[in-house]
Write a protein that binds this ligand. Structure first.
Ligand SMILES: [Zn+2]
Length: 252
């Protein structure tokens, strides 16, 4: 059991949301029960995740994608009303951390994805240092596009969209989880041989062909599955909570 404020203080100290210019509020987005015994983690505060939390009897949820985003006019109607109503009715706290949960050096989405793909981060770049630049952790500098594709397939159980570049060995690999295709040019400028993210837009295919730098789109949701459970595990250990990671399947 832990007090809601103790959880918030621990998360804020761990993730440093004050360091980020984000698209929505980080921290406690919906206030529920004072005492939390069971925490559920997931990628997005969707109705399915909230219903799963209700089913588990959780008092708190930790997500990467919360409910409130810049540009939203603040009305609690339709699907948003339904999600908030479910949380309020069941007295569930919603904690949401967006960019801070991407960027944490060991528990964040980037660090967790990189480690699972056998990549060792050496530096960060792009807006707010959100993207990682590193190498194959196994020290083999001959990593090929096919090798990395195989690793992605094994980890995420899906085929990435790959624009293979010029076939050079992948010595320097850059990555950023989620919808970070806009960082591809910055990755090229950093000297990356490959860039891996969640999504692809039309221009990246041309850039990959014209610069020879391979581009991997592995899924927005798929690449962001590991940060929230890692942070929730850490929280559970330090504050004596129970934690269930809930995976809601998503084709993105
Ligand atoms: Zn995202």
């Amino acid at each position: 059991m832990a007090h809601r404020q103790a959880i918030l203080a621990h998360l804020d100290a761990l993730l440093n949301p004050q360091l980020f210019n984000d698209y929505g509020p980080n921290g406690l987005q919906v206030q529920g029960a004072e005492q939390v015994g069971l925490l559920v983690s997931g990628v997005t505060a969707s109705r399915a995740l909230i219903e799963a939390a209700v089913g588990h009897g959780a008092q708190a949820i930790l997500v990467h994608h919360g409910l409130f985003w810049r540009g939203h006019d603040g009305r609690l109607t339709g699907w948003l009303a339904e999600r908030v109503r479910l949380l309020m009715r069941h007295d569930i706290n919603l904690f949401a951390y967006h960019l801070p949960l991407d960027a944490h050096a060991t528990l964040g989405n980037n660090a967790q994805l990189g480690a699972r793909l056998g990549l060792r981060g050496e530096s960060t770049f792009a807006d707010q240092g959100l993207a990682c630049l590193g190498v194959n952790a196994k020290g083999d500098t001959r990593l090929s596009v096919q090798d990395l594709t195989d690793r992605i397939h094994t980890l995420l159980h899906r085929e990435p969209t790959v624009v293979p570049g010029d076939g050079r060995p992948l010595r320097r690999i850059a990555w950023c989880t989620g919808g970070a295709q806009g960082f591809f040019e910055a990755a090229i400028q950093q000297g990356a041989d490959a860039y891996l993210t969640g999504e692809i837009s039309e221009p990246q295919a041309h850039l990959a062909r014209e610069t020879g730098v391979a581009f991997f789109a592995c899924g927005h949701h798929a690449t962001e599955r590991f940060g929230a459970p890692a942070v929730a595990d850490h929280l559970a250990q330090h504050l004596g909570l129970q934690h269930h990671a809930v995976h809601i399947d998503n084709p993105a």
